[in-house]
Design a protein around this ligand. Structure first.
Ligand SMILES: [Zn+2]
Length: 486
């Protein structure tokens, strides 16, 4: 009994004290940098053999460590145009699932790009850009952070995604693609770190955690942990860095931090070699990041600060979009002063649509349509061909891209009739029929992947009858609509 108690107490003590004890040894970090930044990987260029070698190395380590694949496998390929050619890249994505039944659906992303600038020939001599600091250092850090986190798995309430991004040097292609692919519901990512260039702490004597303020309470949390690990923090830039993979995450309102020891070495030079890296400094930084990740994975809530949310609202949908649109449905003539209406007939409209963003939820939508509407009545039928210009205000929900977005529209239109027939005879716009028409349009629908599906109503306000002997009649139409925005 006593022995059991002692064992229990000992186990409790051990589990409480392990957070402080975890070190990610410099030697382990060095091993990966030595491989990734070796000449045999030829600078890990996007869509090169060396890049693929690096990706395989990382995926194999994820497997060995016990990091599960996120999705069907570790590799998440993507295609991207660089200059004239279409290149294939591979993000390597692993997941450590959280233990809390609710919070495990929220994610912390530890990301690092593994690609670099490949190689070139100078005076006939092959020169490899080994990119030891940029970013074999960060890649190595996420591998070993992954190992330490797997070992302390039971301490993670939230899930942690470990992502080695490809194509960063070609314009953040890997991280942009990862967000688009929605491997996990992207809005469930509560915090992202891009660990990019952490190999020169001794030289810079400071760690930069860019945009940490974008997490409410982030600075306080970081200060406390940094003190404990005796890591010197440099003044933290508030704004999002555009130079690393945290950028696309920050743009959609996720607190996204650029972790770096700064640009102090031979940046983007062939001299960024593995012998120049400060592995002791990397150990310090990795220790801090480990504890930070554990705390973040257990906090009750992770909330972006107000400023970030406002900025994210202003991005999202581009300012101007345009596309093609088709309406198919039926129309009829309404006689406000009579006891009858015309009968419905097939009717359609095709043309161009554009959207101008006012705010995230309000848009202006001008359209130019060819319109053909008709109505039947006892003595014959009527059809008119026109140019129609509706301008609507759109109220849209959040979403966009892969996430469906619902919206409602209300607007006014102007219509010019260029030809038509009534009972088989051409319309006489000089004496009998009005050549122009005004009215209102309204509708509702949804958008996903730039495809719009909606139901629209068109209500003529002006009469089509010019002749005083004719009864007033107005156009009414109902359409099922589809549109595609480029
Ligand atoms: Zn980099």
């Amino acid at each position: 009994m006593t022995r059991n108690l002692i064992t229990c107490a000992l186990a409790l003590f051990l589990s409480l004290s392990t957070i402080g004890q975890v070190t990610i040894p410099a030697d382990s970090l060095k091993k990966h940098v030595y491989y990734l930044a070796s000449d045999s990987l030829e600078g890990r260029g996007l869509s090169t053999e060396g890049g693929l070698k690096a990706a395989i190395y990382i995926a194999n380590l994820f497997k060995e460590i016990g990091i599960a694949p996120a999705g069907e496998g570790y590799f998440h390929p993507f295609y991207t145009r660089v200059g004239q050619s279409m290149l294939k890249g591979n993000n390597v994505v692993g997941i450590i699932e959280g233990t809390d039944p609710k919070l495990k659906n929220e994610y912390i992303v530890l990301g690092a790009h593994y690609d670099h600038l490949s190689y070139t020939y100078i005076d006939g001599v092959k020169v490899v850009y080994n990119g030891a600091d940029d970013n074999a250092s960060g890649t190595s850090a996420i591998i070993e952070l992954g190992r330490a986190l797997v070992q302390q798995k039971e301490k993670l309430k939230r899930s942690v995604l470990i992502i080695a991004f490809d194509g960063e040097e070609s314009g953040l292609r890997g991280s942009i693609d990862f967000i688009g692919q929605n491997v996990i519901p992207i809005e469930n990512v509560k915090l992202m770190m891009s660990i990019d260039m952490v190999g020169r702490y001794a030289e810079s004597n400071s760690l930069i955690m860019g945009a940490m303020a974008n997490l409410t309470g982030g600075i306080e949390l970081l200060d406390r942990i940094a003190k404990k690990h005796e890591v010197k923090l440099k003044e933290i830039p508030e704004s999002l860095s555009g130079r690393t993979d945290s950028k696309p995450f920050g743009d959609i309102g996720i607190p996204a931090i650029h972790v770096t020891s700064g640009i102090v070495g031979p940046y983007h030079q062939p001299e960024d070699d593995r012998e120049t890296i400060d592995y002791e400094g990397m150990e310090k930084i990795a220790g801090l990041l480990f504890e930070l990740t554990i705390e973040l994975a257990n906090k009750d809530s992770l909330v972006p600060n107000k400023k970030l949310m406002v900025a994210a609202k202003q991005s999202g949908q581009p300012f101007f979009r345009y596309g093609v649109k088709a309406h198919v449905g039926s129309s009829f003539h309404a006689y406000p002063n009579e006891f009858f209406n015309g009968k419905r007939r097939f009717s359609y409209e095709v043309g161009l649509v554009s959207q101008i963003k006012i705010t995230k939820h309000f848009l202006l939508q001008p359209e130019v349509l060819y319109s053909s509407s008709a109505s039947d009545y006892e003595t014959g039928n009527f059809r008119v061909h026109s140019l129609k210009i509706p301008v609507s205000l759109v109220i849209a929900s959040s979403g966009g891209g892969y996430n469906p977005r619902v919206y409602a529209t209300l607007g006014a239109y102007y219509r010019y009739h260029f030809s038509g027939t009534a009972n088989g005879k051409s319309l006489d716009f000089d004496n009998s029929f009005e050549q122009t028409e005004t009215g209102i349009v309204y509708g509702f629908g949804f958008e996903q992947n730039s495809v719009f599906v909606s139901v629209n109503f068109s209500l003529g306000l002006s009469s089509l009858a010019k002749d005083a002997n004719m009864s007033d009649f107005k156009n009414r139409a109902t359409y099922f609509s589809m549109a595609y925005m480029f």
